[in-house]
Design a protein around this ligand. Structure first.
Ligand code: ADP
Ligand code: F6P
Length: 322
């Protein structure tokens, strides 16, 4: 029979995302409500290896739901990618009496959770990333806030771009995934949207589009470029040279990752945090929580990591029409 779970821990790993604090708070308070001891591991897997572990009470997570970032800190830890580091992590869990860990992060962090599970520690993953690029879920903690932050910033850039009759290339986050770019492209009414999954590097087509639009009397031309394509500054120079229209690049960067989480991120992250504790108490391990078709669901980590996700063709087509 599986060992009874008395003490759980929570950590955040990979890129921070708004709503991670809501998830931490929910893990802590649900754990305590279910009679568990709860610990926080600071700075992701690096903190685990450094035994940077603190006790958490319900009051320790007061006044954090509205805060961006993660109160536990996060890190990227190469040592944890090695079998030796993973075994050491599991041994440290046992030393501190930790029976299970809730890992909040992206799919890299899930692999770490999977490794801990293989080493005998119960693990549940929560999807924490602004990129929305986790295949097993339609929602990831932080995406809603990040996309709203980017959308508001792009509205502002559009105002000044129209006033000066300029072309603007606005770079949003997403190294491998174009979800923020696609959503902003539609929500901001951009003229061109460049997604890592779709871009064919046909810059001449964009140039022709800009010239056509200018002939039709459009005062601005907004290009949303995803980080994965990058090179926005040099692209702006080439477009300006080819069109004769002043072209500026704006890279939104980390402003998209910080900031107070939206209601959606606070709410979903809270439910997911509680859900993680409750499925762990049912004896589940090596699972990740997701949101699909209006329901909170969970999958085996292996199964989740083998799922694939791509930009919805219909939504992409619509973005081009609009
Ligand atoms: P994310 O979780 O946002 O995808 P990363 O890919 O950077 O971010 O992963 C976060 C951390 O998870 C890494 O720094 C590392 O400690 C751990 N990790 C990533 N990949 C693996 C792996 N294959 N095995 C074990 N741990 C991993
Ligand atoms: O995964 C979130 C994200 O912000 C990506 O959009 C981006 O490519 C990456 O993290 C950047 O990470 P770093 O913190 O290493 O700059």
């Amino acid at each position: 029979m599986a060992k009874e779970i008395k003490t759980i821990a929570v950590l955040t790993s990979g890129g921070d995302a708004p709503g991670m604090n809501a998830a931490i708070r929910a893990v802590v308070r649900t754990g305590i409500a279910r009679g568990l001891k709860v610990k926080g591991i600071r700075k992701g897997y690096q903190g685990l290896l450094n035994e940077d572990i603190i006790d958490l009470e319900a009051r320790d997570v007061s006044d954090i739901i509205q805060r961006g970032g993660t109160i536990l800190g996060t890190a990227r830890c190469l040592e944890f990618k090695q079998a030796e580091g993973q075994k050491k992590g599991a041994d440290i869990c046992r030393k501190h009496g930790i029976d299970g860990i809730v890992v909040i992060g992206g799919d890299g962090s899930y692999r770490g959770a999977q490794a801990l599970s293989r080493n005998g520690i119960n693990t549940i993953g929560l999807p924490g990333t602004i990129d929305l690029d986790i295949a097993c879920t339609e929602y990831t903690i932080g995406f809603d806030t990040a996309v709203n932050t980017a959308m508001q910033a792009i509205d502002r850039v559009k105002d000044t771009s129209s006033s000066h009759e300029r072309c603007s290339i606005i770079e949003v986050m997403g190294r491998d995934a174009g979800y923020i770019a696609l959503w902003c492209g539609i929500a901001n009414g951009a003229e061109d949207i460049l997604l890592p999954e779709k871009y064919d590097y046909d810059e001449q087509r964009i140039i022709n589009n800009i010239i056509e639009n200018r002939k039709k009397g459009k005062s601005h031309h907004i290009i949303i470029n995803a980080e994965g394509i990058g090179h926005s500054v040099s692209m702006a120079r080439r477009i300006e040279a080819a069109t004769g229209i002043e072209t500026r690049a704006t890279i939104l960067g980390y402003m998209q990752r910080g900031g107070s989480p939206s209601a959606m991120d606070r709410y979903y992250a809270s439910i997911m945090g509680a859900y993680a504790v409750d499925i762990m108490l049912k004896g589940m391990t090596n699972r990740v929580v997701g949101y699909k078709k209006g329901e909170f669901v969970d999958y085996d980590i292996e199964e989740a990591l083998n799922m694939t996700k791509s930009i919805n063709e219909y939504q992409y087509e619509v973005s081009k029409i609009l």
